[in-house]
Design a protein around this ligand. Structure first.
Ligand code: NAD
Length: 450
């Protein structure tokens, strides 16, 4: 359900008024549901056209094999579902002109909620300055284009590490996510694919079939949405929350046909209890989502020890301790895909949230440093950083502040708990096997910060 402002400017007098005054007119976003087409129209695949490069050709054949209507040249005035720019072979900023300006001619023909996706290489592995310049130029181009697109269309990029091909499975997994309605509230982001690991699921509508997943803080809000989404995607669930949230937790557990575990994640033995429960009741632990989190906002000048310690304790110290228990669980050989919930506050900062932003910055640091430890066992760890999401937490923000916060992103609206859950479900799937140590923002390209 759209917020009240969006309802007002979507019809009749409100729509006319918004147009005349140049007010935001948030689009209805195309969100994923099993069975829906991947993209809302034909897919135009463009490359640099260099004789020695065939990335765009190979990708076009792969997408045709998925059953997509793939074009190498746009037909006039036809509504496109997506434009994919394969720029993995750029060697100089001059190489960008042809594919980018060709894409430009089709931007007015994008269907609502269409996608633009760039496929390029990580600049820091470039070596030559001209190559690094061309690769970094894609970053600026992509983030600016995302701010120009309208009607729910988004632009995101895949960064391939050296040696990872554009049509390798891990890159295709990321491409599928960005094309689909699963990434509805992800905009202006670049995701690095570091390895050729990962595989596409046999059934794209049940990518987590057979996996056992633990979600903390699952009694309500984003955590409950994560549990429902992982269940829809085929996982068996363990939902975790504090004893005081026991009734709501039991409801969620029933809904997702999973088991409930009442545990305060700050308890010394929380990791052990979570692992034992998953192994004894479900025979494994393939996915671990660290979602439980709290806020205790105060300006630092007014901060007390209780507020500071509570936030650090739940939001980062508990995650560190539980991960240590997972890494120490050698006899069982656990190698889960871990996804932690960070926040854009941990990247850009937020007034009144020094404790919260410190804890969420901590999550990002932890994820980066844990990735190599899990890689040795075949696991992965990533973070999602939500921006403004419509939950009980954000419903308590005073009206005017909330209305401004909600519009300050390229999609001019708040995200939904489902949007965060979809990104987590992707990172928890084998399709994301080549992605680890990354932070994916789910913020509609929040205009605050990076
Ligand atoms: P919420 O307050 O609605 O839900 C959090 C859940 O975590 C609750 O069920 C709570 O009981 C549980 N929890 C708290 N402390 C716990 C503990 N010690 N042990 C076990 N469970 C505990 O919050 P939400 O809005 O759904 O947020 C979920 C996550 O997303 C948090 O990490 C939050 O920081 C993050 N986030 C939210 C937003 C947003 O806009 N809502 C934005 C960025 C990040």
């Amino acid at each position: 359900m759209a917020d009240k402002y969006t309802q007002f400017v979507s019809h009749g007098i409100g729509k006319d008024l918004a147009k005349r005054l140049g007010l935001p007119q948030p689009a209805r976003l195309r969100r994923y549901a099993p069975g829906l087409p991947l993209v809302p129209g034909p897919v135009l695949v463009l490359g640099t056209g260099r004789m020695d490069a065939n990335g765009a050709d190979e990708l076009a054949s792969e997408l045709a094999a998925w059953g997509l209507d793939v074009r190498r040249n746009a037909l006039p005035k036809e509504k496109l579902g997506a434009i994919i720019l394969v720029l993995d072979d750029v060697g100089h900023p001059d190489d960008l002109a042809k594919p980018v300006l060709t894409a430009a001619q089709s931007l007015r023909d994008l269907a609502p909620s269409a996608r633009v996706v760039t496929v390029s290489r990580t600049p820091d592995s470039a070596g030559l300055p001209a190559v690094a310049a061309a690769r970094q130029a894609v970053d600026g181009l992509l983030r600016s284009l995302a701010k120009e697109l309208r009607a729910g269309a988004t632009a995101n990029g895949i960064l391939l590490a050296n040696g990872v091909g554009a049509v390798r499975l891990s890159a295709l997994g990321a491409l599928r996510f960005f094309l689909s309605g699963r990434s509805a509230f992800v905009d202006g982001q670049l995701l690095t694919v570091a390895k050729d690991a990962g595989q596409l699921p046999p059934d794209p509508d049940r990518p987590l079939a057979g996996k056992v997943a633990v979600v903390t803080g699952a009694a309500r809000g984003i955590g409950a949405a994560i549990a429902r989404t992982l269940y829809r995607d085929g996982a068996r669930l363990v939902v975790v929350d504090i004893p005081a949230a026991g009734d709501h937790l039991a409801q969620v557990a029933n809904e997702v046909h999973g088991t409930a575990l009442q545990v305060d994640i700050t308890a010394e033995d929380a990791g052990r209890r979570i692992i034992d429960h998953a192994l004894e009741r479900h025979g494994g632990l393939d996915i671990l989502v660290h979602n439980a989190g709290i806020t205790r906002d105060k300006l630092l000048a007014n901060m007390d020890e209780n507020r500071w310690n509570a936030v650090i304790g739940v939001n980062i110290a508990a995650q560190l301790r539980i991960n240590e228990a997972v890494l120490a669980s050698n006899p069982h050989g656990l190698s889960p895909r871990i996804v932690s919930v960070a926040s854009t506050s941990g990247i850009a900062g937020n007034r009144g949230q020094t404790n919260y932003a410190a804890s969420k910055g901590g999550v990002i640091g932890m994820v980066r440093a844990t990735a190599p430890l899990l890689a040795e066992r075949g696991g992965s760890i990533n973070a999602v950083a939500p921006g403004f999401i419509e939950t009980e937490m954000t419903a308590r923000i005073p009206f005017a502040t909330r209305e401004v916060a909600r519009r300050l992103n390229s999609l001019q609206q708040g995200g939904r708990p489902d949007d965060v859950a979809e990104a987590i479900a992707f990172l928890a799937s084998d399709a994301a096997g080549g992605i680890s140590g990354e932070v994916l923002r789910v913020c509609g390209q929040n205009l605050v910060g990076a």
